[in-house]
Write a protein that binds this ligand. Structure first.
Ligand SMILES: [Zn+2]
Length: 120
């Protein structure tokens, strides 16, 4: 991959990471703040639903943060843009759409087909 492409993806991933990290911070702060004690059980139930929704989002963000960090590592060690299955180059278009991807479209499609066949 060309150096200018690597620079492009590095900037893109770093931006995305910083955005996620700053958001993760505010979410955590929001959760540690003492909330009002609702006497009404309906309010409490909706508060708990909010909380589990928030946790699911955080879980997804956490996974994405890990993927972005791995992608940045791959930029550093020179394997970014290489399919981890067949070691072919992943197309720039695919990387632009999904910079954290680690598989080329052929391997990804094959994997999805296998998952479908297994009923996943
Ligand atoms: Zn591949």
């Amino acid at each position: 991959m060309k150096q200018e492409d690597l620079d492009f993806f590095k900037a893109l991933l770093t931006d995305r990471l910083n955005e996620l990290l700053s958001h993760a911070d505010t979410t955590v702060t929001g959760m540690t703040q003492p909330k009002e004690n609702y006497a009404d059980p309906t309010d409490r139930a909706s508060q708990e639903a909010d909380r589990s929704f928030e946790l699911r989002i955080r879980d997804r963000e956490h996974k994405l943060i890990k993927k972005i960090k791995k992608a940045l590592e791959r930029i550093e060690n020179g394997t970014f843009g290489q399919c981890e299955m067949c070691e072919e180059d992943i197309s720039i278009e695919r990387l632009k759409a999904r910079p954290v991807t680690t598989q080329c479209i052929k391997c990804k499609t094959r994997e999805e087909d296998r998952e479908k066949a297994m009923g996943l």
